[in-house]
Design a protein around this ligand. Sequence first.
Ligand code: NAP
Length: 291
Amino acid sequence: MKPSILLQLDVDPQPSVFDGVVAVDAGVDHLFRHGGITPNAVRDLVHGTIFTRGGADLQRTAIFVGGSNVSSAEAVLKAVQGSFFGPFRTSVLFDANGCNTTAAAAVLAAMEGLTKARGSLAGARVAVLAATGPVGQRVARLLLRQDSSLEVRVASRTLDRAQATAAQLQAATGRSPAAFASATELELRHGLDGVDAIVAAGAAGVTLLPKSILESTGARVLIDLNAVPPLGIDGVEATDKGKDRSGVLCWGALGVGGPKMKIHRRAIQALFETNSALIDAEECLEIGKSL
Ligand SMILES: NC(=O)c1ccc[n+]([C@@H]2O[C@H](COP(=O)([O-])OP(=O)(O)OC[C@H]3O[C@@H](n4cnc5c(N)ncnc54)[C@H](OP(=O)(O)O)[C@@H]3O)[C@@H](O)[C@H]2O)c1
């Protein structure tokens, strides 16, 4: 068997060290790291992966697309897929800024929490705060696809952006989440009324949910993805991992981060099991369920 090679295509000037370390820890033999990638640069790099190894050896080469700008990385992913043809293709993992692995781990936490708190997911109401960001959008998308009886609400500081995100999610999933604005206490109280779970996917260092509002929602599952103080949900610690705080099950960013790392490593390994996988958010969630 030929050694495994991962081609790391990163939109940042310097390819992510974090993603490189995970690749090595997942057992990749050789890591080819390329930074500053734009769609124009992709074709020749991809052709280097598909014209060098044939037959069963082709699946020993795979591609990782990453970088801190998720929409730029999505354009690179599109160019990668457009560079394949017929059987000449390799497996690809997309995890720019950790968006897919983090969203998958957050949804696993939400499913675990809701099942413990309510007995089942059926009919649960889940609000995603800052659902406009790459992680929040994916959390909402995965939830909408997970169980058709789940009610998903998406929030942004501005109603326009929440509604635009809801429309994108409707186009992607065929299901239409409710959209609400979350800039003021009144808006938050109204949008969170009756929810069972809240996922806070706000930017690093921003508190989205103060304790005063939290106490009025009655939510029994809280998941905060912001690891940088001040944290996203007042009262949830970064290390919480299903911690019961007065009857509310809490996950913080580090509590979600452990499973996220496991999903990332397993996703890298899964790349080398075929030459045709595209591992996006949905596949990351399935990997997470299998761990
Ligand atoms: N645990 C992990 O391993 C891991 C991995 C990746 C990411 N993360 C964390 O996950 C969270 C979401 O990541 P992301 O990349 O999706 O985040 P992001 O794009 O930086 O921000 C998400 C949303 O936060 C809102 N926001 C931005 N600045 C704000 C401010 N000053 N006040 C209130 N809201 C603000 C914006 O929504 P609106 O403008 O629509 O309100 C934005 O769309 C981050 O905290 C990130 O650090 C964790």
